[in-house]
Design a protein around this ligand. Structure first.
Ligand SMILES: [Zn+2]
Length: 63
């Protein structure tokens, strides 16, 4: 019914169709960011950024 529902990715901030990503703690992460997170090494400079973005989810959830 709502096939073109657009949601905002919490990592890159882009609007994507809901089916092109996944929801973590009710927040949307698009497929490209999810793939990047999976491939990101802990030593990678991007890793703290992803963790920071994900932390926002839990803070928001508890707010
Ligand atoms: Zn994204």
């Amino acid at each position: 019914m709502d096939a073109t529902h657009q949601v905002s990715c919490i990592v890159c901030g882009q609007e994507k169709p809901a089916e092109e990503g996944l929801f973590i703690v009710s927040q949307f992460v698009c497929l490209s960011c999810e793939a990047e997170m999976v491939e990101t090494d802990v030593k990678d400079v991007k890793y703290p950024f992803f963790i920071h973005q994900l932390r926002k989810l839990w803070y928001r959830r508890n707010a």
